[in-house]
Design a protein around this ligand. Structure first.
Ligand code: SF4
Ligand code: SF4
Length: 351
């Protein structure tokens, strides 16, 4: 079971609050901990292009990162380690081990996978490994990686295929993350077939700039018809992981009710960003606090209990979690699929 009962219980509480007591604050479901903004790639669409660079956000050391993890364990039932490339941190195994012993479930790790063979021990402590891959066209993918180097996409695919075969044995699940750009629209269906064939799952995100879809995707008929096609995939098998609600919103880019406090973000220097990265009204360094409640209350103080967003960006971790609160039966169908991991997807076994 990849979802915890405490996560489901908290989701139900949030559903109740948002539908019956909308002026009360929601409780966070997922902490997004960006442990570094360093990366060994330079993808064209990367958020680090938007001033989230390693120099502006120096990393806390191991002892401080452990303090942060222990402080935030009361904040949310689940955690995602992100970056930059988290595997570049020498202490990433230790941080994941602390997260596991602190009771976070599920634990996700976002990575480009290049360092996975050297840091394989991380697999002991993760439930979901989110690996970036946008296209099976290796030349095109190498170009997206931005290093002017060939062979990287091939190397990453080999790593993905090897670890796809380790999922049952090591009890974790792989999700491929694809950014849909105007140039990769035609590449998503083959990527979906590939994911299905090797027994991993796929999530997608339209290319964004400062949280908003790039103009070339808005009113793009080819893009819309791709999203319509993805909605039909949802009826066939569990390979595509994004929710129906999420897909409907990224098809038309209709505004949605956002609850940014469902997914608080922590940056490499220990800052809690509130309410979200698009509207950074509050930046609080968690190392200056003795408890999560103290920090969180301080973060939401200036906004009152509910944050009303006028910006309506489409950052996936806010859109996906917020829209989960719209339709309870549909959300439980998605939870069931997630809890089952890939057990109903054919998983190729490696020795
Ligand atoms: S792998 Fe991720 S963090 Fe690294 S450059 Fe690409 S998008 Fe940015
Ligand atoms: S829609 Fe975007 S800008 Fe508005 S609160 Fe949510 S994450 Fe922030």
């Amino acid at each position: 079971m990849k979802l915890s009962f405490s996560l489901i219980a908290r989701f139900l509480k949030d559903y109740f609050i948002t539908h019956y007591y909308p002026e009360k604050p929601v409780a966070p479901l997922l902490l997004a901990y960006f442990v570094t903004f360093r990366c060994n790639l330079q993808c064209a669409y990367c958020i680090r292009e938007e001033n989230l660079d390693a120099a502006s956000y120096p990393e806390v050391n191991t002892e401080q990162a452990v303090r942060i993890l222990k402080l935030v364990q009361k904040g949310a039932p689940s955690i995602a380690f992100s970056g930059g490339e988290p595997l570049l941190r020498d202490d990433i195994v230790e941080l994941l081990r602390i997260a596991r012993s602190s009771g976070f479930k599920p634990i996700s790790l976002f990575t480009n996978a290049l360092l996975l063979p050297q840091k394989e021990e991380v697999l002991k402590f993760v439930d979901f490994l989110q690996i970036s891959l946008d296209t099976l066209d290796e030349a095109k993918q190498d170009k997206i990686f931005g290093l002017n180097k060939s062979g990287l996409a091939k190397e990453i695919k080999t790593i993905i295929e090897f670890y796809a075969g380790q999922q049952i044995k090591k009890d974790f699940r792989i999700n491929l993350n694809a950014v849909i750009t105007p140039q990769t629209i035609d590449d998503i269906p083959p990527l979906y077939e590939y994911a299905r064939d090797i027994g991993v799952r796929l999530t997608v995100c339209p290319q964004l700039k400062a949280g908003h879809p790039i103009p070339a995707l808005i009113d793009n008929r080819k893009y819309r018809s791709l999203v319509n096609r993805m909605l039909t995939w949802k009826q066939n098998d569990p390979t595509l992981m994004d929710t129906v609600q999420f897909l409907n919103h990224i098809k038309t880019f209709e505004p949605f009710n956002c609850y940014p406090y469902l997914t608080p973000r922590i940056y490499p220097n220990g800052e809690l960003i509130a309410p979200c990265p698009s509207i950074q009204k509050v930046r609080l360094n968690l190392l200056n606090f003795n408890s999560w409640d103290e920090a969180f209350q301080q973060a939401i103080k200036n906004e009152g209990t509910v944050f009303h967003c006028a910006a309506s960006c489409f950052l996936p971790c806010y859109l996906e979690t917020s829209t989960l609160l719209n339709n309870l039966p549909q959300t439980f169908r998605e939870f069931t699929r997630l809890s089952l991991g890939n057990s109903n997807v054919k998983i190729r076994q490696h020795a």
